[in-house]
Design a protein around this ligand. Structure first.
Ligand code: AMP
Ligand code: MG
Length: 417
């Protein structure tokens, strides 16, 4: 049986990023760049004023008051038509180009314009050349790298790309992820379960995890535990980049998923992992005959909801990150300290739902009360999983443990000073 690390390595070794596509910049939020972008302009494109005030020659300023003749007024978007010579100044607005001859801007608060509007009295101590001016290309030179490939596009990246004239760019598309729940006991979530039946909660949860991981969920409904229904629906699922099956991968007499995947030519890469929950996880890859270049990744997730949730967080999310071009793809393992004594039981390494908070100096980890892989309710109070090695072990409060956050920041982080 593979360890979690071996299984993660196997998933990532198999997974290749999706081919790049061109999208409009305005549609690219949350996607990942697939090209190195360089600037087509200097930023700023000219020496520009950072303040409303007067463009002057720094050498003209003296302690106390200095009277200078006003040459002209330039607004942002206008070009100066006259140079600033000794004894003169140009009224300038923030963002406007600095006139020739000027090498500093005195802010308007330090200026008094005379009643005739022809001269200005500046009250300022001498200032150095360059004050309140941003030089052409100071932020970015034409031809310089703006963003490398592999960057997640957030609002500020979109703004930076807009500035350098990149209305379209190459990105990795969002992976499509088919979700197929299997089980004779399942009913739709809007149905009242009859005797022995339960609602198909995994489809909704997995679709939400897919969306949160930057994929596009394609829910396929429920496949019954018989070969023909399974086969038809698995075939439909192989039209997506990734197929997630829920249930049917354990040792039950009607756990038919591995056999049906094999019959359809899906290569098994591993089945079963040394972990709790999630031991029955199945992973494989499929190429449509005649199209060896495009691989479909198939996960057979255990049906128990917490197993499904945790296997997604560890393995499916990593696969989706790699498909999207996001590195590092593997989950980020953080270190925290136990807030309470914890007794770990079981022969396999355990990923225990936990509540992680920021205590002002580090991460504080509180494993939640949890009845095992079908106890989804316990995860509602959790925001992470804490990792405990195998064997019956007592972990005292204060002991350091590995944790993997499910999403966002730990509670209390926002209030960090
Ligand atoms: P299985 O992996 O098919 O043996 O299922 C393991 C457990 O998970 C059983 O108790 C199933 O009823 C439950 N289960 C399977 N599929 C789902 C699902 N889609 N939603 C919620 N529970 C499920
Ligand atoms: Mg089942």
């Amino acid at each position: 049986m593979l360890s979690v690390q071996q299984a993660l390595d196997a998933v990532l070794n198999e997974t290749r990023s999706l081919a790049a596509v061109s999208v409009a910049l305005a549609e690219s939020l949350g996607l990942v760049t697939a090209e190195d972008v360089v600037s087509d302009v200097d930023s700023p494109p000219f020496d520009k004023a950072l303040m409303d005030g007067f463009a002057v020659r720094a050498a003209d300023l003296a302690p106390g008051e200095v009277r200078l003749a006003i040459v002209e007024v330039i607004l942002a978007g206008q070009l100066p038509s006259k140079p600033v010579t000794a004894g003169s100044a140009t009224r300038i607005m923030t963002g406007a180009a600095i006139p020739n001859g000027a090498d500093a801007v005195v802010k308007i608060e330090d200026a008094r314009i005379e009643a005739d509007g022809k001269s200005v009295v500046l009250r300022t101590n001498p200032i150095e050349a360059g004050r309140n001016i941003m030089r052409q290309g100071a932020s970015l030179k034409r031809g310089a790298a703006v963003l490398p490939a592999g960057r997640l596009l957030r609002p500020q990246e979109l703004g930076a790309l807009a500035e350098v004239g990149k209305p379209r760019l190459l990105v990795r598309p969002r992976p499509t992820v088919a979700i197929l729940a299997t089980g004779d006991e399942l009913v739709a979530i809007d149905a009242n379960p009859g005797p022995g039946q339960i609602r198909n909660s995994n489809e909704t949860m997995l679709a939400a995890q897919v969306a949160q991981a930057g994929g596009v969920a394609v829910p396929l409904g429920i496949a019954r535990d018989n070969r023909s229904d399974l086969r038809a629906k698995i075939e439909a699922g192989l039209a997506s980049n990734v197929l997630l099956l829920s249930g049917g991968v354990s040792e039950g007499t009607h756990d038919l998923v591995p056999a049906e995947l094999a019959a359809l030519g899906v290569r098994n890469i591993f089945h079963k992992i040394n972990m709790r929950p999630g031991k029955p996880l199945w992973f494989g890859a499929w190429n449509r005959p005649g199209n060896e270049a495009t691989t479909i990744y198939v996960f057979g997730l255990p049906g128990n909801p917490v197993s499904s949730l945790i296997c997604f967080e560890l393995f499916v999310k990593s696969c989706l990150r790699r498909l999207r071009g996001l590195e590092p793809s593997a989950p980020r393992i953080l270190s925290g300290r136990l807030a309470i004594d914890h007794v770990a039981r079981g022969e396999r390494p355990t990923y225990n739902p936990a509540r992680v908070s920021w205590d002002g100096s580090g991460l504080c980890v509180e494993p939640v009360r949890w009845h095992g892989s079908s106890d989804l309710q316990a995860t509602v109070d959790a925001n992470a999983m804490a990792v405990f090695t195998s064997g019956d072990t007592m972990y005292p409060a204060g002991q350091s443990v590995d944790v993997i956050l499910w999403d966002g920041w730990p509670q209390g982080w926002e209030s960090r000073p």
